[in-house]
Write a protein that binds this ligand. Sequence first.
Ligand code: F6R
Length: 243
Amino acid sequence: MRIIRARDYSHMSRQAANIISAQIIMKPDCVLGLATGSSPIGAYRQLIDWHRKGDLDFSQVRSFNLDEYVGLSPSHPQSYAHFMRERLFGHVNIQPQNTHIPDGTAEDGEAECARYDALIRSLGGIDLQLLGLGPNGHIGFNEPGEFFEKGTHRVALSTETIQANKRFFGREEDVPRYAYTMGICDIMQAKRIVMVVSGAQKAEILRRAFFGPVTPLVPASILQLHRHFTLVVDQEAGALLPE
Ligand code: F6R
């Protein structure tokens, strides 16, 4: 595990964007694993900026998002498909047909999960996976539990995650109760992983995830076992990490 200690959110975002752009430059048709939420927004902004300046070409990039809410169509303003269009895809020259997100409206959830995993495999797996860290240690929507879930699956969101995400929906009742998420196996099979974490509210869970035992009770802790894992933290989030 490599830890990059950034000063603040914008420095953290730039460091993460550097890693992502290096991946795209080294392998223009790379497969990126992408996340939503507050943490990666700054990195996406930086990538858009470099693209606009002509320094970054997404024309051959393929992407898989970690997760999507069950029941939300891609046009729903809180769907992750909508988030990705607003925050990245709509501003760079990635081909829409090369971007993949679980279909929240699929009638057969199991078939949708199997389709998603098969598609990831058929494109050779993920070259670089970007992650955020949930307040309870989740990655994607792999919530704390008794075991590490393997492939893409449907998950009931924990009370903590519903609480954390109600800021986007206004009312708690409107937060979907289920999501599709890539599993721990999908994530761990990525050739490289980079996680961005910022803010004092993540300091304690960050310490438990990376300086505590590897346990499904803190799903992110499994990343300690990944061979090419880079953690990019800002000063506040990293405050409780050992020197
Ligand atoms: C989002 C995702 C989640 C978030 C996590 C942190 O696609 O998979 O695991 O990365 O909940 O969210 P933020 O960045 O909003 O604190």
